[in-house]
Design a protein around this ligand. Structure first.
Ligand code: DOR
Ligand code: ZN
Length: 427
């Protein structure tokens, strides 16, 4: 039994006490607790635990950069109660053995619900469909499939994947990048890349695939999820597709909300990511699209990389940045502080919508009696300074190094058990 004393659910109204028993919220108001743990939550906002549809946990294969254990700790510290682990591991998660390993290891660690994402194509090669059905029926119960890191570029393979996904009631999540338009690409195609002499990654490489896939999904009658939307034009395509009834959902990363290609001037590869940081007007359009609901949710694309893969020349560096422990703070900075979202909106984009998109019944639920106690307590007034070496991830590649950010996760609870408290993961 745990009593959260004086929390404000969704940052609305008066403080309440939230009693947690047997993994569920049992009472809200002024309940008596006899003997259980009491957590002083005065001044804190209670939200449903966050759900990340896009996390790279690197296990199996690159346990030097992250493991399911360290990534789960980072997730719990970031306020997450469920994460979806991308399939671009080594070996690739394109069969039941690998997805069941990830699922089991996540359960053993127990800090966050780890749901493996299965690959769409064998070995992420884009040539033959993986055994989606076998992964969906495995113990891992795979619900999302993606070749993320790579695009399912062949329209025939993509159409087949969408057809199967409809039959299996699973979701295809596309990394939208027309590979013929991004050969050798190093940075957003525009003034900055031209000045720095970096080969350009044109916005149209993303937008053309999103438009194509919306049409394919519409014709097939399947659902589609668009990973890490990065351009204003993609937001326009999504607005159009949603208006005509296409079943499409989309995510944006915290870094595409806050950062832009001005950051590239130093050639520091910590800013190298795929899709690349775009212009400040793209970032503004993404913030507006998220506020409007055209983009459904925030997903981190947490991508740990080893020092030798990041502290090197720009063209040799791998794309990707850490995101799990900084996501909430970046959302507060970019969306809450400017008045684009209130805390109810934060719950929507970081918990409720991602849980709905993934079909998770126990996450993103209302904070109410009888609901599973998957919760996060946030101090909205506190700030913290990011230090990559002190994050729980094995890698340290954060683009926010030294930045003071608003919003501190004080505690995270998974099925009534504390998984993080005052900056420490609790196992
Ligand atoms: O920047 C990225 N890093 N984008 C991706 O699509 C893949 C990811 C990774 O696996 O490092
Ligand atoms: Zn991707």
């Amino acid at each position: 039994m745990t009593l959260l004393k004086g929390a404000v659910p969704y940052g609305e109204g008066d403080p309440v006490d939230i009693l947690i028993e047997d993994g569920f919220v049992s009472e809200i108001g002024t309940p008596e607790s006899d003997g259980g743990e009491v957590i002083d939550a005065h001044g804190l906002i209670a939200l449903p635990g966050f759900v990340d549809l896009h996390t790279h946990l690197r296990e199996p294969g690159r346990e030097d950069t992250e493991t399911i254990e360290t990534g789960s700790a980072a997730a719990a510290l970031g306020g997450y109660t469920a994460v979806f682990a991308m399939a671009n591991t080594d070996p690739v998660a394109d069969n039941p053995v690998i997805v069941e390993h990830v699922w089991r290891r996540g359960r053993e660690v127990g800090l966050v619900d780890v749901h493996p994402i299965g690959a769409v194509t064998v070995g992420l090669k884009g040539e033959r469909l993986a055994e989606l059905g076998a992964m969906a029926r495995s113990d891992a119960n795979v619900r999302i499939f993606s070749d993320d890191g790579l695009c399912v570029a062949d329209p025939l393979i993509m159409r087949r994947a969408l057809e199967y996904s409809r039959g299996l009631d699973v979701l295809i999540a596309q990394h939208a990048e027309e590979p013929r338009l991004t050969v050798g690409a190093q940075a957003h195609e525009g003034e900055t890349a031209a000045r720095l002499g970096l080969a350009g990654w044109p916005a149209a490489a993303e937008e053309s695939i999103v438009a194509r896939d919306c049409l394919l999904a519409g014709h097939v009658g399947a659902r589609l999820h668009v990973c890490h939307v990065s351009t204003a034009g993609t937001a326009d395509v999504l607005r159009w597709a949603k208006a005509r009834g296409t079943q499409v959902s989309a995510e944006v990363t915290p870094h595409h909300l806050l950062l832009d290609d001005d950051r590239l001037n130093t050639y520091d590869p910590v800013n190298k990511v795929n899709p690349p940081l775009r212009t400040s007007s793209d970032a503004k359009a993404l913030r507006e699209a998220l506020a409007e609901g055209v983009i459904d949710c925030v997903a981190t694309d947490h991508a740990p990389h080893a020092p030798q893969d990041k502290d090197c020349e720009w063209s040799a560096a791998r794309p990707g940045m850490l995101g799990l422990q900084t996501a909430l703070s970046v959302v507060v900075r970019t969306m809450v502080q400017p008045g684009l979202l209130d805390w109810r909106g934060v719950a929507r984009v970081m918990s409720e919508r991602p849980a709905e998109i993934a079909g998770l019944p126990d996450h993103g639920r209302p904070i109410a009696a009888g609901e599973p106690a998957n919760l996060v307590l946030v101090d909205p007034k506190a700030t913290w300074t990011v230090n990559g070496a002190r994050l729980a991830s094995l890698a340290g590649n954060t683009p926010y190094e030294g930045m003071e950010l608003p919003g501190v996760v004080k505690a995270t609870m998974l099925r009534g058990k504390l998984t993080a408290r005052d900056g420490q993961a609790v196992r």
